[in-house]
Ligand binder design. Structure first.
Ligand SMILES: Cc1cc2nc3c(=O)[nH]c(=O)nc-3n(C[C@H](O)[C@H](O)[C@H](O)COP(=O)(O)OP(=O)(O)OC[C@H]3O[C@@H](n4cnc5c(N)ncnc54)[C@H](O)[C@@H]3O)c2cc1C
Length: 370
């Protein structure tokens, strides 16, 4: 039986951020992930500067041999509506590829890794967690994404019972003809909102890669909306011929919708496992990273006492950072842009910039986690 101070299930941004910080506190950390890395993750691959700052990413080092595409503008509108462009004097976000980003962060974390190994069994014995009959640890962190088995063991009812965002995307390398024919600019991602404002589609160019996708709240209507979106992009000449149609799907929860239990004796959930994505934009990488760092700080302060009462502080800190569970989504206000004034905002360049982009998508009002 191998022992460690903390075992993290899931090596995505939440798990690797938590591991990185716990290692800085001198803890022995093991990350278990069912996938061999590098692995891809269904995602547009857009990160905000707060992620770069919270992780103290050396962007020059990162960009060596990896895609880091500075974003300094957005083209926005309704699907089949008029598009507007907003420009910024400097980079306000970055396009990354998840196969590169997640691998880099996991390697950098300094944790021991057990990759290509799914969590198969979990037992509580004598105050320790026994994982796969191979690892013993006093502290378990569930960072396995939306379908995290640790979340399931805490009672989460994964699947259609939870009000998730469902999304599909494809990321492919364009050939030279496609690159020449694609008018989407790498520094200007395109965001087009569904008519019911219940979700949006995107088109994001990163180096030679193009990422196209659509996400919406609920389990209904995704396939039709995606088809309508792709038709629209083709009609407007925004995507080149020959886009593969092998879209990959995934789901995740917006903060305020989940109701998942986040803490128990010797266990915490972080990132998508905890259901933390921002309700207005669906951005999930920043909350994944921040929750991983907050969890690590709580663990370090606990001084080895991982009892339920001690770890409750984590729940309180998430509430302080992301809003209380029920209030985070704006009380009864639905997620994404679905509110009375959103359609009007999208018709005005100025309002789109100030509210939709700066406030909801870039969260420029909220400083990076220190
Ligand atoms: C289509 C789509 C587009 C998105 N675009 C963006 C975007 O552009 N920007 C943004 O900020 N957010 C975006 N998101 C949300 C973002 O992808 C997630 O919020 C983020 O990946 C959460 O990170 P995480 O570390 O919590 O989980 P994940 O990144 O899902 O990592 C979980 C890890 O756990 C592992 N795992 C799962 N089950 C097991 C198991 N049984 N045993 C062991 N390991 C396991 C997985 O292999 C995986 O490596 C998007 C989501 C979707 C679906």
């Amino acid at each position: 039986m191998q022992t460690c101070d903390a075992l993290i299930v899931g090596g995505g941004p939440a798990g690797s951020s938590c591991a990185w910080k716990l290692r800085q506190h001198g803890m022995e950390v093991t990350v278990l992930d069912k996938a061999p890395f590098p692995r891809d993750k269904v995602c547009a691959g857009w990160i905000t500067p707060a992620v770069v700052q919270a992780l103290q990413l050396d962007t020059e080092d990162y960009a060596k041999g990896r895609v880091l595409e500075p974003i300094s503008g957005f083209r926005t509108g309704l699907i089949h509506g008029r598009a507007l462009e907003n420009r910024y004097p400097a980079a306000v976000s970055f396009g990354i590829r998840r196969c590169e980003f997640d691998h880099y962060l996991l390697q950098r974390s300094g944790a021991r890794t057990q990759l290509g190994q799914a969590l198969r069994s979990l037992e509580r014995r004598g105050g320790l967690w026994i994982v796969n009959e191979a690892f013993a640890t006093p502290l378990l962190i569930g960072a396995g994404g939306h379908f995290c088995p640790v979340a399931r063991s805490l009672g989460a009812k994964l699947g259609a019972a939870e009000p998730a965002v469902t999304a599909k995307e494809i990321e492919f390398e364009m050939n030279p003809q496609q690159r020449a024919a694609c008018p989407v600019q790498a520094n200007t991602p395109e965001l087009y909102f569904c008519r019911d404002l219940n979700g949006y589609g995107w088109c994001l160019r990163k180096g030679n890669y193009l990422n196209i996708g659509l996400g919406r709240e609920g389990h209904q209507g995704l396939a039709q909306e995606l088809e309508a979106f792709c038709d629209f992009l083709r009609q407007r000449g925004r995507i080149p011929d020959g886009v593969p149609d092998a879209f990959h799907g995934h789901a995740y929860l917006l903060r305020g919708r989940s109701g998942r239990k986040l803490v128990d004796e010797g266990v915490l959930l972080v990132g998508d496992a905890a259901g933390l994505a921002y309700p207005q934009s669906g951005e999930g990488i920043r909350p994944a990273v921040e929750s991983g760092l907050i969890a690590a700080a709580v663990v370090a302060e606990a001084g080895g006492d991982y009892g339920y009462q001690r770890l409750q502080v984590y729940r309180d800190r998430l509430a302080a950072r992301f809003g209380a569970e029920a209030a985070a989504a704006g009380g009864k206000t639905p997620g994404f842009l679905r509110n009375v004034c959103a359609a009007a905002l999208l018709r005005s360049r100025r309002a789109t910039r100030r509210v939709v982009l700066d406030r909801w998508f870039l969260r420029a009002h909220q400083a990076a986690l220190r």
